[in-house]
Each structure stands twice: as structure tokens, then as C-alpha cells.
Design a protein around this ligand. Sequence first.
Ligand code: NI
Length: 174
Amino acid sequence: MALLEIIEAPDPRLKVVCETVETVDDDLRQFMDDMLETMYAAPGIGLSAPQVGDRRRVIVVDVSRDGETKRPLRMVNPEIVDTAGEPVMSEEGCLSFPEMFAEVERPSAVKIRYLDENSEPREIEADGLLATCIQHEIDHLDGVLFVDHIGTVRRNIILRKMKKVKRLKAREAA
Ligand code: NI
């Protein structure tokens, strides 16, 4: 297991459209384990491959609470095949935007199709936090960030702050 470096916005690697996975092999299983370890350590509830500099369509998610049994999901080529319910607003953050949050509107319930770590096709229905989280992570696979769903004013505020943080970090490292 290894901790991966999480890319912080703004970064062109967060804007790539990822590629469909053809084969779920040991290399990919190891990568998903590393993604989960990285996500838990952050800590976070979801992580997508492009956030760690990889272009495969892979996400990991675990919305279990502290103290509960962990419920990790490893999703290969995830896609939303149906949505239901009224759109809901909920506050989202992102490991690529430390300490930034915004209200994002999304469908409240979704059906997702994906391959699991054994290459078995699966379909699940999700609502609440799990639905929000999975939609957020699938967005990443198409280079879409949560700030792309909010108003320009709020988005620019967040992006300006992120640029400033990056400048400060670069200066400290120099
Ligand atoms: Ni994110």
C-alpha cells in the first residue's frame, strides 16, 4: 500500500477526460487500494483517479461514519444510468480544494452501473450523501469539478483563494 499525492486545483490534470478501463487486473486492484488508503488518510469520503494523476475511469468512495464498519466501494468505469427525486442542494468539498466548500445542486437519487474490483458488473441505487459523493467523483472522470456547478462569483472566489494558497506553498518550498 502506498499513499498517493493528491493534486490540488487549479491544475490542468484535473481537467482531463479519463479513459475507459479495458481490464481489471492486479495493477488496477493495487491502485484502487492505494487510492482508498490515500482517501482515508486525507481524510475524505471519495477520490477519483485524476486527482492522483491517473487517467483511468476509477473512483473509490466510503461514506461510513467514524466508528462504523468501513464500506469501501471500488468503482471501475462508473456511469449514472438513471436519476430520480427532486434535485437537492448540499454542501460539497473536494480533496483537491482543501478547506473550500460550496452548495451544489444535484439529483437526490441515482442508479450507477460499474465494474467492481473483480470485474463483475454491478448496479446500485444511491441517495443522500452516497448519491452526492458518487456524482461528484464521476464528474472528476470527465474533468468536471464541483466549482463548475456553482455561480461564477462564488467559483472565482474559490479559484482565487486556491491560486493564492498555491503561490504561498511554492514560495515556502523555494
Ligand atoms: Ni473532488
